[in-house]
Design a protein around this ligand. Structure first.
Ligand code: HEM
Length: 460
């Protein structure tokens, strides 16, 4: 029953709410409509009608795991041809979800993280060598490009012992690593699939061909990663070792080779793209807010002292820097939405009946701006929103950059450790200045990324 849910008033017969819609910016379009229509609304495009929810109270209901669960739909479902029943794209009922979750969860324990720390430092060292060279040559740096190199190398080396050589490539001459081009192609295609109706899919034929080529490239890369490990014999006990060697502690079952392929591609993509965006947004806000930057840097200097290479335990102690990261993820949660479906017949907000299986999309970018949770000036960047007393004063389930419930992000601690470590290292080494006149624009490819963000560096 949708009749109590508002929709844009200029609805075109057959086509739907396409006035003002742009296939490149579905999230930003939805944010504008959300601001007009309120905490729950629907948008129709070419026969598909999607219910969006962003009000804090309604989103908290959708987080109730006794009534709702993850829904694999839209962008996530469009990634199934690539990621199959890998962790991110698996349907709740697929047995490989629980199996892979149980086998891989210890790969994200505290001990496992401490084991990844030296490799993370190593990759950050590569980034800083590249930035030193740019600084010496008086060149500004392309933040999303470099953060993507960093996070791809980090997940590839920590998870799979694989080196893409991203920092050895000359971006201006050679462009991004072909793995990145193929991945961005696959993500953009999955996003476009949401907006182009099946009847018009002939329009996508050229794009389909490119997409098939992208998928083939990604699969070949994954097979190389796995073959390299098999050739090397014993690995260091990383994610790939777990996939290849570890049986389920209770059932003794193992992941199949096909499922391992799906998991590797899942982790290579989910494990870097959103973290790269999160780091990029945080660097943007730090460069735009010298007072915040100074405070964060004081903390790094205080907590790390004279140590240039921080120990694992010294990263989580950067409490203020974590707030900066959280506040960046509040304004631009780089995975900007997630879908929830009713597990029984239920009524949302006491007025919207939902049958079992009916679903809604939580628009995280707007949930993170709901004045009911965040006050009257939600657009203002203010890390103090994440000071402990401020967090305690807020209702629950209003900050969801990592999704919710059983299907929330398995890599959360990994991402937070990596991002805090890298921000700490960068603040310690450089002063950051924005390009004069830069105004934040957001590029969408299922995930969010600041567009054309460059920073000027000065060695401290
Ligand atoms: C799931 C966000 C980093 C691996 C998710 C979900 C969100 C998310 C919102 C839930 C999606 C849904 O409900 O449909 C993020 C953000 C990150 C990040 C914002 C960085 C800032 C990572 C990293 C890894 C990772 C570093 C791996 C090393 C996964 C996987 C899932 C997932 C495997 C699926 C979990 C499952 O369903 O069991 N992530 N993620 N993510 N993420 Fe992340």
């Amino acid at each position: 029953r949708l009749d109590r849910i508002p929709h844009p008033s200029r609805r075109v017969p057959l086509i739907g709410d396409v006035v003002g819609a742009n296939v490149r910016t579905p999230i930003q379009d939805s944010m504008r409509i959300a601001a007009e229509l309120g905490p729950i609304f629907r948008r129709k495009g070419f026969g598909k009608e999607i219910v969006f929810v962003w009000g804090a109270g309604l989103a908290a209901e959708l987080a109730d795991e006794s009534r709702f669960a993850k829904h694999v739909g839209l962008g996530v479902a469009n990634l199934r041809p690539l990621a199959g029943d890998g962790l991110f794209t698996a349907y709740n009922h697929e047995p490989n979800w629980q199996l892979a979750h149980d086998v891989l969860a210890p790969g994200f324990s505290r001990d496992a993280m401490a084991g990844y720390h030296p490799l993370m430092l190593d990759v950050a060292g590569q980034l800083m060598s590249a930035w030193d060279a740019s600084e010496a040559a008086g060149r500004s740096v392309d933040v999303p490009v470099d953060m993507t190199k960093l996070t791809l190398e980090t997940i590839a080396r920590t998870g799979f012992g694989y080196d893409f050589g991203s920092f050895e490539r000359d971006f201006d001459q050679e462009g991004p690593h072909p793995f990145i081009s193929a991945m961005v192609g696959a993500l953009s295609f999955a996003q476009r699939r949401n907006v182009v109706p099946p009847l018009l899919s002939v329009l996508l034929r050229g794009a389909e061909r490119r997409n098939a080529a992208d998928r083939a490239y990604l699969n070949r890369t994954v097979d190389e990663v796995i073959a390299a490990r098999r050739a090397a014999g014993d690995g260091p006990g990383d994610l790939l070792d777990r996939m290849l060697e570890v049986a389920h502690p209770e059932t003794g079952e193992r992941l199949t080779p096909e499922n391992i392929r799906r998991q590797v591609i899942t982790f290579l993509v989910a494990g870097h793209e959103t973290t790269s965006g999160a780091l990029s947004f945080a660097l943007h806000y730090l460069a735009q807010h010298p007072d915040v930057l100074a405070k964060a840097r004081d903390e790094v200097d205080r907590v790390w002292g004279d140590v240039d290479v921080p120990a694992y335990e010294q990263v989580a102690k950067l409490r203020y820097l974590r707030r900066v990261l959280d506040e960046s993820l509040r304004l631009w949660p780089t995975a900007p939405a997630f879908a929830r479906e009713a597990v029984t017949d239920t009524t949302l907000g006491g007025v919207h009946p939902m049958r079992r299986g009916a679903w809604a999309l939580v628009l995280t970018t707007m949930l993170h701006r709901d004045p009911a949770a965040w006050g009257e000036n939600p657009e203002v960047f203010d890390p103090e929103r994440f000071a402990p007393q401020a967090v305690r004063a807020r209702p629950g389930h209003v900050f969801k950059p990592f999704g919710t419930g059983a299907r929330a992000c398995i890599g959360r601690q990994f991402a937070l450790h990596e991002a805090t470590l890298v921000l700490g290292l960068l603040l310690r080494r450089y002063d950051l200045a924005p390009e004069p006149g830069y105004r934040l624009r957001i590029a969408e490819r299922l995930t969010l990324m600041p567009q054309d963000l460059r920073l000027h560096l000065t060695r401290r």
